[in-house]
Each structure stands twice: as C-alpha cells, then as structure tokens.
Write a protein that binds this ligand. Structure first.
Ligand code: FAD
Length: 504
C-alpha cells in the first residue's frame, strides 16, 4: 500500500527553552531520512524560565528516542542521579517518607506484593514498605551504579531519572540538533499571521524575515504566543485543586556530594525543593499567594537553603491547568505553552516527552485529519488528569493543621476521579489503572503509605498463603536488597568515575 497524502514539508518550532530543544532533538531523530525540514526560532531577547531540573524515569526513554547518549548528556548538564523524591513534613511535622522509582517487592504466586505485605503486617512483620524498594534503599544509603550486571541481582527492578542543569541541557541539545541539520534562526517573533481557516500561515520576525511553515510547535512558555495569544485556545484552570501559584527560585553553591534524590519539604504555605547537581543546587519555594506574600516566601527560602546563593532568588507566577486543546489546526503547544501542573512530582519535562510521543503517533500530513487531532488531544488530556490527581493526593491526605494553608488542604475539594480512586483503595487496597499511567501502583502505594493511608483490609485470597513462609521470604528479600546496595559505590564516587561534569 502506498501513502498518497502529501507529507509535511516543514515544521517550525518557536522557542528555545527545554521544550523547544527537546522537540528539535526528538523530531530530528524520528524524521531523519524524511524530507521534513525543521527550523527553531530562538529569541535573543526573551529569557527561558530557567527552572525544571528534576526528571522522572521516562526521561531515560526520551534520551534514547532522541539519540542523546546518557553519559555525554550527564557530563554536559552537570547531571546527577535521581532515585526518587524524599518528602519531608507532609503528613505531619518531623515526618518523612520516600517516593522511589522502580518496582517495589515481587509478586508472590500471582498475588500483588502490596497485598502480601499488608497481610504480613497483620501477622507481625516489621519490614517497612521501603525495605522492598531497591531505589529506596539506594537513596537511603546514597549509593548508585548503572552497571548492567544489576539485572542479575536483588536490585534488578530499580529505576532512576536525572537531575540536570536546564541551561546546560538546552545548550547541549542545541549543539547536537544543529549538527543534525536543524536550522536555527536567532530572532524574536513580532507577529503571527493566520489564514481564513485559522491555520497559522507565517511569522514576522524582528529581524525583518518572514517564516512560513506547514506546521508550528509553540514552545513560547506560559504566554503561548501561537496557541493562546493568536489562536485563542482557552485554558482549564485547576487552581481550585492545586492552590500553589507562585515560586521563588534560586541557585546555591553545593555543600558536598549531590544527593541521589530530590527533596520536597512542606512549609507553612507550600513546599521547598532542593535539586542537587554536580556543580550547584537548585532551590525553590512553591507557595500559594492566598496564604503567603512574596517577601515571606523569599525569606523562607533564604532561611532553609544550605549553601550560599549564586543567583538572586526570583519570583515565578504560574497557574496549574492545561490548554483546552493542546493541538489546534496546524499548531501544537508544547511545554509550558501547553499547560503546567505544579512541580511537586517533577512532571513537566515528562509531559513534553509524552506530548511528542502522542504527536508522533498521530503525526499529520497536509490534510490535517481532524481525527488525529482529536485522538491526540484526548490522549494527552488523560496524561494531564492522571498526574493532576496524583499531585493532589499529596495535599489532601495531610494531617497537618499548624497553618491556615494546611488546614485548607485538609478540607479541600478534590476531583471525582481522585475521590473514586481513594475510595476504592480504602476498601482493600485496590487501584484503578490505565496501562499508560506515569504513576503506577507502587507510586500510589508509596504516597499513600507515606501519608499513613491504609486500606481497611487486604485482598482475601492472600490469606491462603502461609504466614511463616511469607515472613521469612519478605525478611530475606529486604536483607538481600540492603546487602547488595551496601556493596555499591557512593553516588558521589559514581559521578566522579563515570560522568564528571565537563568544564566548558
Ligand atoms: P521556557 O523555558 O519559558 O522557554 C520559552 C521560550 O520561548 C524561550 O526561549 C523564549 O525566548 C521563547 N519565546 C517567548 N516568546 C517568544 C517570541 N515572541 N519569539 C521567539 N521566542 C519566544 N519541570 C520538570 O520536569 N521538573 C521540575 O523539577 C520542574 N520544576 C519547575 C519549577 C517551577 C517553579 C516551574 C515554574 C516550572 C518547573 N518545571 C519543571 C517546568 C519546566 O521548567 C518547563 O517544563 C520546561 O522548562 C520547559 O519550559 P518551556 O521551554 O516550555 O518554556
């Protein structure tokens, strides 16, 4: 069968932040050998947002799909390993827990490990949920290796992502994609022209040039120059569920080897992040302006960081939500232009990748079949909603009542989709799933366990398992994980030996 439709001849990416360069990296690989020309317009006048430095494990798949070798990427971006997120003071003050990547435990005789673990708790087992997580124990011990031999050890199911310097990452992807033939125009878009169907026709640049293209990818950040300011696609505002709407961000000198996890510490009106890189730390306070002023937030951040500031703290406003249509006519919105869910689970870069994956799956030709757009828009909306609900879970299960903000969270309105999920879980620990969910069952169990939410009972079929044998098996499993982890190099040594930052 032959393809008779006319393929896209040109794609124009507007914006040179993480989203723009991720699009250029992935598309230049996927479209190699085709006749589709890729151009990226990068403004010398408008800065990138400059935050967005923690990723989730799908980022490793992005690097592979975009043909960006991991070691080079880590060296170029002062990258460190992220095995998960440590949550401090979320359930109550002085309490912490981990959300580790990778799998936790192994199913036994076809029974879900979480159910088995619940049964053993009822029988007096004292292993923690985290004791069965390879990435969890590697985090606690600050140890790491990427040795492929791990596949034959009790750590086989570990998972990891990266922390990266966002400015270095954009620079690295730019160098690689330009060498692949992506054309870069250094200019700012002054105006956008559309045709009578509301398709984007051309861009007028400040250097006098006019750029035409078959398709446009709007990576212009929160403003959404093409998707919002030009095509007037509306925004679904989720701030009733996710009240944090500002952040103060600042970089500090690091004070030792980088931690192999992100730290998210709950504060009076939100939470602070610490993202450890090889050459510095990224820090910020994400807060709700209804409960905290900018000055208070800046002061909080100054009080809690470890090292000396190397960049003045700056305020970044945002609204959690998503565009009503992320792909409209011949324009795809990507990155912050497409929407934003506050950064608690570091999911925005993941959504850039997902957005591109769905786009490639539904890749248009010059007919712009409406069905492809619709399919794309429903797939990406499902991803957004799944992540939104997971992030809300961290707030609505708090037992903190020491500030007005946390009291508000205890009584907050939550979406029906999340309410149903929590109710189902409450009966006997079952979860509603979609095969393409970013956060699988182990992630949900980790947050629920961390927030002290347990089901009323466990699955009745696990009662048939022998309690003594189970207790022995779980104890041995947890010991094997810890013993193996203790033989690994420290995270700092791993970075020094395998991917030290390249000084430029
Ligand atoms: P930007 O970086 O804002 O880039 C926009 C680009 O558009 C710029 O290059 C600008 O010059 C260009 N532009 C604008 N107007 C024009 C014009 N007229 N002509 C030409 N160019 C133009 N994500 C994560 O995955 N993990 C995190 O830990 C994380 N933390 C975050 C913390 C905070 C507080 C915030 C707000 C976001 C965070 N994010 C995080 C999100 C992450 O920063 C973004 O997803 C990512 O940086 C992509 O940004 P972007 O490229 O869409 O936008």
């Amino acid at each position: 069968m032959k393809n008779t439709e006319k393929p896209l001849e040109s794609i124009c990416i507007v914006g040179g932040g993480s989203a723009g360069w991720m699009a250029a990296s992935l598309l230049s690989n996927v479209l190699k050998g085709s006749n589709t020309k890729i151009t990226l317009i990068e403004s010398p006048d408008i800065a990138t947002i400059g935050v967005g430095e923690a990723t989730v494990p799908s980022f490793m798949a992005f690097l592979k799909d975009a043909r960006l070798p991991v070691k080079e990427f880590m060296q170029a971006t002062a990258g460190s390993i992220k095995l998960g997120i440590r949550f401090e003071n979320w359930y109550q003050q002085q309490h912490h827990f981990l959300h580790p990547f990778g799998k936790i435990g192994r199913n036994i005789d076809g029974h879900d490990f979480y159910q088995v673990w619940l049964k053993t708790l009822a029988d007096g087992n004292e292993t923690r949920w985290m004791d069965h997580s390879p990435s969890g124990i590697m985090s606690e011990e600050h140890r790491f290796t990427a040795d492929p031999q791990l596949i034959n050890t009790p750590l086989a199911t570990y998972g990891y992502a990266l922390h990266l310097d966002a400015a270095y990452a954009a620079r690295h992807m730019r160098e690689i994609t330009l060498a692949r033939g992506v054309q870069r125009i250094e200019a700012t878009v002054a105006s956008v022209q559309t045709d009578e169907r509301q398709f984007i026709k051309s861009l007028q640049l400040t250097n006098g040039e006019t750029v035409t293209s078959d398709f446009f990818i709007d990576c212009t950040g929160f403003r959404g120059l093409l998707i919002s300011e030009t095509l007037k696609v509306g925004y679904e505002d989720w701030s009733n569920y996710l009240p944090c709407n500002r952040a103060v961000a600042g970089q500090t000198e690091n004070t030792g080897d980088p931690l192999p996890y992100t730290v998210a510490s709950a504060r009076a009106a939100g939470w602070t992040w610490k993202i450890p890189l090889q050459h510095r730390d990224g820090n910020g306070y994400v807060f709700a302006s209804d409960f905290c002023s900018d000055d208070e937030a800046i002061q909080t951040l100054i009080n809690v960081v470890d090292g000396k500031f190397i960049q003045e703290p700056r305020i970044i406003p945002f609204v959690s939500g998503m565009r009503k249509k992320i792909w409209h006519n011949n324009c795809l919105a990507l990155g912050l232009a497409s929407g934003f869910i506050e950064p608690l689970e570091s999911t925005a870069i993941h959504l850039v990748y997902r957005n591109l994956v769905h786009f490639i799956r539904n890749f248009p030709d010059q007919q712009f079949d409406e069905n492809l757009q619709q399919q794309f828009n429903s797939e990406i909306a499902r991803d957004y909603v799944e992540i939104r609900d997971f992030v809300i879970l961290h707030y609505c299960t708090t037992k903190r009542d020491d500030t007005e903000f946390w009291r508000w969270c205890q009584n907050m309105d939550i979406p029906d989709s999340l309410r149903e999920k929590i109710e189902l879980f409450g009966h006997r620990g079952q979860l509603k799933h979609h095969p393409e969910d970013l956060f699988g069952a182990d992630s949900w169990y980790s947050i629920l366990e961390g927030m002290n939410v347990r089901p009323k009972k466990y699955h009745p079929l696990v009662d048939a398992l022998d309690s003594q044998k189970l207790a022995h098996s779980l104890n041995q499993g947890a010991k094997a994980i810890r013993d193996t982890v203790m033989k690994l190099p420290s995270h700092g040594d791993f970075l020094r030996q395998h991917c030290p930052v390249k000084k430029t």
